[in-house]
Unconditional design. Structure first.
Length: 179
């Protein structure tokens, strides 16, 4: 009688083990989804920057800009980035040095090329893959005369600026993001 109970117990254990093994192999975990493969991004909000436009030996106007970035969250964790300084340098180079904006023909301005150039150059400075997306919140031009009137208090209402890029609304980053 004892042998029959031992054999029955042994058959139960082997059967349960086989069923458990078959189920665990049949439900293998799915590979990472396409969304999981993308790096989580964090908004790094840019600061307003005013860039003087110099022509004929003097200031003829100002570019008013604000550019923010969607950056790889894993790469920027714990890194203090001099974003304002890098962005100011990059915008000076593109707007003044390369003269990507023709003030006489602002409709011909290619926003996609401008964004890609900023992204490429910022990634060259910071390391590949830091900047995922460039968000242009503001890119306007204000002539020296309009700026002077506003400074003297002669203008009523908003500045008469030439809008070069219709800005994107960027939400404020969550508190404690460190940037």
């Amino acid at each position: 009688m004892g042998k029959i109970l031992a054999v029955g117990l042994w058959v139960c254990i082997v059967t349960l083990g086989a069923v458990y093994g078959a189920i665990s192999l049949a439900t293998a975990p799915a590979g990472p989804s396409e969304e999981d493969q993308k790096a989580p991004l964090e908004l790094v909000k840019g600061e307003p920057i005013t860039i003087p436009v110099i022509s004929d030996g003097g200031v003829s106007g100002y570019f008013l800009t604000r550019v923010s970035f969607m950056m790889d969250k894993a790469k920027i964790t714990g890194v203090e980035l001099p974003m304002t300084e890098l962005m100011t340098d990059e915008l000076f180079t593109l707007l003044i040095g390369n003269k990507m904006v023709d003030l006489a023909n602002t409709k011909g301005f290619d926003v996609a090329v401008f964004r890609e150039k900023i992204k490429t150059d910022m990634n060259a400075h910071l390391g590949e893959g830091f900047v995922s997306q460039v968000l242009i919140e503001q890119l306007d031009y204000v002539s020296k005369e309009v700026a002077r009137k506003a400074a003297d208090g002669d203008s009523r209402g908003p500045l008469d600026a030439t809008v070069i890029v219709e800005g994107e609304k960027v939400e404020e980053p969550a508190a404690g993001s460190g940037h």
